[in-house]
Design a protein around this ligand. Structure first.
Ligand code: ARG
Length: 566
């Protein structure tokens, strides 16, 4: 039971309004004397045209007090609700223990498909920290939607086609050799790619050669395609190593090259609908009317472009998955790109483009302490970040808990968990700072703090020999403020998940996990769990179990492990 929602329904019935809008207005007063939930009647003053204080008094008289509410009071323009502690605790604990590992799941998304385009790195280029954000945010959204019952399709829209391959083939033929590439993988590919750009500045004819190879690729030349395929395989090997460490996989790896044979149809359709215009030899869709620069569809040499491939991909996905939403998780520097081609689809007459295509942008990554920055001009690799976090964690464990079993596995879980947590702690549009020192601290809002709280709960249960708590607990025994507060944060968890999904903001969940941990640590400090006896001990252990289970389930949605010991 979502108490705020129940109260909203109560008010809605009395005020003859929709419960959803009232639910949004319900507050949780900071001062406990003002109740557990409060409804400010200012919100109704506009429609009811009475003084808010008067509305509050009249509305209160119309409310039927349900059992889970102990008291309803009016203070000024506020109607304050005091929950009946025992029935509140009974309701929440009953549900958490009963649903157990499915507590946060729901079926609200049933029958609807959400396509999530995330990670999507570029072949033959290193997987850098920007792709980390897309990967981590996209994966969290994927898990959140799945928990809400949506059918999810995770797409890795690999950047595996485009002019860079022509350049890479030229570079390989001039300065590369098979052995080195096989030994050094992407490192060598990026080295020769960078060299190509340096050399092309001195000798622009290299660019013509690159274009020539690109045309060959497009025409299906076997040598060109063989090299291309080889580059793709080398890159995928490296990307998969990272995905394995993050425990992430995709339902589809249909990248840009997948749409090669679907591009002509897009171009024809644009032409037919009178949307294509020639500009300096290229084909464009003019978007001046919408205050945007033109969307480039065909280059002057006939080559297709990034937006063209995205248009083809969206049409393909609509046809294949009949999505309810198609979500793109990329850095905010691609805002214009998405706004442009979303508009083009709309101009083509696809009305769904307006509401169903969603760009979910995120901010940049900066390196706090500078320790991870490499030589100037060199991108920071995702793997270096993960390695640094795991190494440092391993040092901390060695110092604090040298006898811990599975030290390596736990260092990996904690180190990588810290990186993911740090990424998902703030609104995604904010820049992320990689400050290893802070990320790995056990104090403050960090991954290790949350994982440690979970491990502490596990340790209590282990010592008490509880694998599964008994369900018939006496809820009147858990009436202290800290325990009731735990029930409150647990009861809010499902609606936080919905909120995170609605706003495409995993941080809403991340922060709520921190609230659960804080509530638990207060409970732990104030209540003697192992020292209590009988029914009281049984009830307290059930609370511990409920918290442990909620933290583990929530962390799993964020893609973070919840080790039982650390
Ligand atoms: N490959 C692109 C990049 O690394 C991201 C692709 C995002 N997805 C898309 N459908 N455009 O910047």
């Amino acid at each position: 039971m979502d108490f705020a929602m129940e109260i909203a329904s109560l008010i809605a019935k009395a005020a003859d309004m929709e419960p959803e809008s009232i639910r949004e207005a319900i507050e949780v007063p900071a001062n406990k004397e003002m109740g557990d939930y409060a409804f400010p009647c200012f919100k109704l003053a506009k429609t009811v045209r009475k003084a808010p204080q008067m509305i509050a008094r009249e509305l209160k008289d119309k409310l039927e007090k349900p059992d889970f509410i102990a008291d309803i009071q009016v203070v000024g323009a506020y109607i304050n609700f005091f929950a009946d502690k025992t029935s509140f605790v009974r309701e929440v604990m009953g549900k958490v223990l009963d649903k157990d590992k499915d507590y946060i799941k729901s079926s609200m998304g049933e029958g609807k498909t959400i396509v999530i385009d995330y990670s999507s790195p570029n072949i033959a280029k290193p997987f850098h920290v920007g792709h980390l954000r897309s990967t981590v945010i996209g994966n969290a959204l994927y898990n959140i939607y799945k928990a809400l019952g949506y059918n999810c399709v995770g797409v890795n829209h690999l950047g595996d086609w485009g002019t860079q391959f022509g350049k890479l083939i030229v570079a390989y033929k001039k300065w590369g050799d098979k052995e080195t590439v096989e030994r050094e993988d992407i490192k060598e590919l990026s080295r020769i790619y960078v060299k190509f750009h340096e050399e092309a500045e001195k000798d622009p004819s290299l660019n013509d050669e690159a274009r020539h190879w690109m045309v060959k690729m497009q025409e299906g030349d076997s040598e060109a395609l063989e090299l291309w395929k080889w580059f793709v395989d080398i890159s995928m090997k490296e990307f998969n190593r990272i995905y394995d460490r993050l425990h992430i996989s995709f339902d589809s790896y249909a990248g840009e090259s997948f749409y090669n044979d679907k591009m002509q149809a897009v171009v024809d359709e644009l032409k037919e609908k009178g949307l294509l215009k020639e500009s300096e030899g290229a084909q464009i869709v003019d978007l001046e009317e919408y205050n945007m620069p033109p969307c480039l569809i065909l280059r002057s040499d006939g080559g297709t472009l990034y937006p063209t491939r995205d248009i083809a991909a969206a049409l393909y996905r609509k046809k294949t998955y009949n999505f309810y939403r198609d979500i793109y998780v990329t850095a905010l520097d691609q805002n214009l790109h998405f706004a442009q081609w979303f508009k083009v689809l709309e101009l083509m007459g696809y009305d769904w483009a307006k509401d169903e295509l969603v760009h979910v942008p995120f901010g940049l990554v900066s390196l706090g302490d500078g320790k991870l920055s490499t030589r100037k001009g060199h991108v920071v690799l995702m793997e270096d970040i993960l390695n640094a976090a795991v190494e440092k964690t391993s040092g901390i464990i060695e110092e604090k808990n040298p006898d811990l079993p599975n030290k390596d596995e736990i260092s990996e879980q904690v180190g990588i968990g810290a990186v993911i947590f740090n990424d998902l702690y703030n609104s995604r549009i904010k820049n992320v700072v990689f400050d290893l020192e802070r990320m790995l601290s056990f104090e403050g809002e960090t991954g290790p703090y949350v994982q440690y709280t979970h491990a502490r709960a596990c340790s209590i249960l282990r010592k008490a020999g509880v694998e599964k708590p008994e369900k018939d607990i006496d809820c009147s025994l858990i009436s202290d403020e800290a325990s009731v507060n735990i029930c409150k944060v647990l009861s809010d968890l499902p609606s936080k998940l919905v909120d995170a999904a609605d706003k495409y903001e995993p941080y809403i969940l991340t922060r709520h996990i921190v609230e659960i941990c804080k509530a638990f640590n207060k409970f732990y400090n104030e209540n003697n769990i192992m020292g209590s006896e009988g029914e009281l001990k049984k009830a307290r252990l059930a609370v511990v179990y409920a918290v442990k289970s909620a933290i583990a389930q929530s962390l799993a949605l964020l893609g973070i492990a919840a080790p039982e010991q650390m």
